[in-house]
Design a protein around this ligand. Structure first.
Ligand code: BG6
Length: 513
C-alpha cells in the first residue's frame, strides 16, 4: 500500500489544549450556562483541553459574589453528573478537573445593555492581561436574542472587539438568528457593521453532535458511497427529527415560533446540507460552509400552488405517550386555547442542481410523537425485478442507508437476502454499525467541540451569514401561512396528511415505532 494514502489518523485526532483565553458568558445564571456550557467546560477540563491561562467571567444582573457563583455552579455540575450517570455524583465528579475550573470562575454583576457593565468588564480583562499575559477573549451571548445587537454594540463601543497581535476577540451567538429572511439579514447587517464575519461564531447545536459531523466522514472518507450518491441511484431522501417531548415550559416562545421556524431553517437544513452538499476542496471552514450554503440555495422555492400540497402542518392533541396521558398543546402553559401554531411540519423539497434533480427530499419534524428519533434515510432505486419472475418473490424492497443521529448513533444498511431453504424467498436484513460498539465515548453535552473550536478559531462547524440566510430563504414562502393545521394525537406518528404527502408519490415514511 502506498503510505502517502494512509496517514496515521490517531495522531491527527490528538487535540492540543486551546490557547490561553478568557470566556465571558453573558447570561451567567441562565439554563444554557448551567445545563450545557459549564458541563461542557468541565468535560474539556477533564480532557485537559483548556490551557492554564484559561478563565471564565460570568455576567448577569443578579447580585453574586465570585464565591457564591462558584458554589452555585458546583451544585449544577454535581446535578449534571448525577443526571448523566443516573447515580449520586459523589465520587463521580472529577474533583481535580472541577477544582481547576472552579478556581478560574469569576462573576460580574451588571445589566447587559448598561455601558457601565462593559467598562467594568474592560477593567477585568485589562487586569487579566497584566496577570496572565494574554488579552484573548471569547464572548458567549447565552441570552435572549433581543440582546445580541445591543451587547455587541456595547462591546464594540468599549473597544473590546479590537484584536491586537495574537489576541483574538470572538462572539458566539446561538439560534434563533432572526425570525424570517428579512430579520436574519437585518441582524447580520447590524452585527457585521460592528465586527468582522471571522469574529462571529453562530452555533447550531446539531453540528456539535458527533453523528452529524460523521456524515461528512461517511460520505467523503469512503470510496464506495460517492459514486452512488446522486440522482442516478437514489430514489429519495427522508430526514426526520421526531421528539417525544412537548413544548415544556417554553409555551410563550413556541407560540410565536412553531415547529417550522424552530427546527427547519436551522437544524433540518444542516442535516440536509451535510447529506446533499458537493465535496468541498478540503476541511477548510470556508470551503465547507460555501458548499453547504450552495446546496441550500439550490432548494427550489415552494410556489403558492405547492404550499397546500407539499407542506403539512400539525399540532398535538392530548394522547397516550409511553403509557401516560399527556395534554394537548392548547392546554400547555402560555399557549392560547385556540392556537394554530404548528408543533409538527412535513414537507417535500427539491434541490435544483445536477446531482439531485428529480430526487425529492422529504423532511419532517414534530413534538409529542411516538418515538424520539433523528435520522437521515437514503432510499436507493429498486433493482430490476425481471430476474425474479417465476419465483415466489412478488416484489423487491429497495435498499436504504440510514444515518442514525439520535438517540442510537450509527449507520445501518438495509438489504434483501435470500432466506435459507430450497425456494427463492427474500427477507429484509440489516448491516449495522453502532458508535457505542466501536468507540469509547466519554460523556458529552454536544457543546465541547463547539466551545473548543471557538477557542482555537476553527469555524467549520459554525454558520456563516450566507448559511443562515439560505436556510431562511428556503422556508420563507412557508412562513405566515398558518392555514390547515391538523391535530394529531400525542404519541402517534403525526398528522394523516403527512402520510398522504408520500403516498401520493407512491412512497412511505419510515415507521416511527
Ligand atoms: C432546539 C429547539 O433548537 O432543538 C427545541 O428549540 C428542540 O424545540 C431541540 O427540542 C432539539 O434538539 P435536540 O438536541 O434535543 O435534538
Amino acid at each position: 500500500m502506498d503510505a502517502r494514502f494512509c496517514p496515521d489518523l490517531s495522531t491527527l485526532s490528538r487535540a492540543k489544549p486551546a490557547p490561553a483565553s478568557t470566556l465571558v458568558i453573558f447570561g451567567a445564571n441562565g439554563d444554557l450556562t448551567k445545563r450545557l456550557l459549564m458541563p461542557a467546560l468541565y468535560n474539556l477540563s477533564v480532557a485537559g483541553l483548556l490551557a492554564d491561562g484559561f478563565s471564565v467571567i460570568g455576567i448577569d444582573h443578579n447580585e453574586r459574589t465570585d464565591e457564591a457563583y462558584r458554589g452555585q455552579l458546583t451544585e449544577a455540575i454535581h446535578a449534571f453528573v448525577a443526571d448523566r450517570t443516573g447515580e449520586s455524583s459523589a465520587g463521580v465528579v472529577d474533583g481535580r478537573a472541577w477544582g481547576w475550573l472552579r478556581d478560574r470562575l469569576s462573576y460580574l454583576t451588571g445589566e447587559f445593555e448598561d455601558p457601565g457593565t462593559h467598562r467594568r468588564l474592560a477593567e477585568r480583562l485589562a487586569e487579566i492581561r497584566r496577570m496572565r499575559g494574554h488579552g484573548t477573549c471569547v464572548f458567549y451571548l447565552a441570552t435572549a436574542p433581543r440582546f445580541f445587537g445591543p451587547i455587541v454594540e456595547r462591546l464594540a463601543a468599549t473597544g473590546l472587539m479590537r484584536e491586537e497581535g495574537r489576541d483574538f476577540r470572538r462572539v458566539i451567538i446561538e439560534k434563533p438568528f432572526g425570525t424570517d429572511l428579512a430579520s436574519a439579514r437585518a441582524l447580520d447587517g447590524h452585527l457585521l457593521g460592528l465586527v468582522a464575519e471571522s469574529q462571529l461564531f453562530r452555533i447550531d447545536h446539531f453540528l456539535g453532535k458527533e453523528t452529524v459531523q460523521n456524515i461528512l466522514a461517511l460520505r467523503f472518507a469512503n470510496g464506495i458511497f460517492e459514486p452512488l450518491w446522486r440522482r442516478d441511484h437514489i430514489d429519495h431522501v427522508q430526514i426526520t427529527a421526531a421528539e417525544t417531548v412537548g413544548v415544556e415550559r417554553r409555551g410563550r416562545f413556541y407560540e410565536a415560533t412553531g415547529a417550522l421556524r424552530d427546527m427547519v431553517p436551522n437544524h433540518m437544513m444542516q442535516l440536509l446540507a451535510m447529506t446533499a452538499m458537493e465535496p468541498p476542496n478540503g476541511f477548510d471552514p470556508d470551503a465547507v460552509r460555501a458548499e453547504k450554503a450552495k446546496v441550500v440555495q439550490a432548494i427550489r422555492p415552494i410556489g403558492a400552488d405547492e404550499l397546500a400540497r407539499d407542506v403539512v402542518r400539525g399540532q398535538y392533541d392530548s394522547g397516550i405517550l409511553h403509557g401516560m396521558q399527556v395534554s394537548a398543546y392548547r392546554q400547555e402553559p402560555n399557549v392560547a386555547s385556540d392556537s394554530v401554531t404548528e408543533t409538527y411540519i412535513a414537507m417535500k423539497l427539491h434541490i435544483d442542481n445536477w446531482r439531485w434533480a428529480g430526487v425529492p427530499f422529504y423532511v419532517r419534524t414534530g413534538k409529542r410523537l411516538a418515538v424520539r428519533r433523528t435520522e437521515i434515510a437514503i432510499h436507493f432505486k429498486q433493482a430490476p425485478y425481471a430476474m425474479f419472475r417465476g419465483t415466489p418473490v412478488e416484489c423487491l424492497t429497495p435498499n436504504f442507508l440510514v444515518l442514525h443521529i439520535q438517540p442510537s448513533e450509527g449507520i445501518s444498511l438495509c438489504l434483501s437476502a435470500k432466506e435459507p431453504g430450497p425456494t427463492v424467498r427474500l427477507a429484509d436484513v440489516r448491516m449495522e454499525f453502532r458508535y457505542a460498539d466501536w468507540f469509547k465515548t466519554g460523556p458529552s453535552t454536544g457543546y465541547e467541540t463547539l466551545l473548543y473550536d471557538a477557542l482555537i478559531g476553527d469555524a467549520t462547524l459554525f454558520q456563516r451569514a450566507d448559511n443562515v440566510e439560505a436556510g431562511w430563504a428556503a422556508v420563507q414562502p412557508m412562513l405566515g401561512s398558518p392555514a390547515g393545521v391538523e391535530r394529531y394525537a400525542a404519541g402517534s406518528k403525526g398528522p394523516a396528511a403527512a402520510e398522504d404527502l408520500l403516498a401520493r408519490d407512491g412512497r412511505r415514511w419510515r415507521e416511527l415505532a
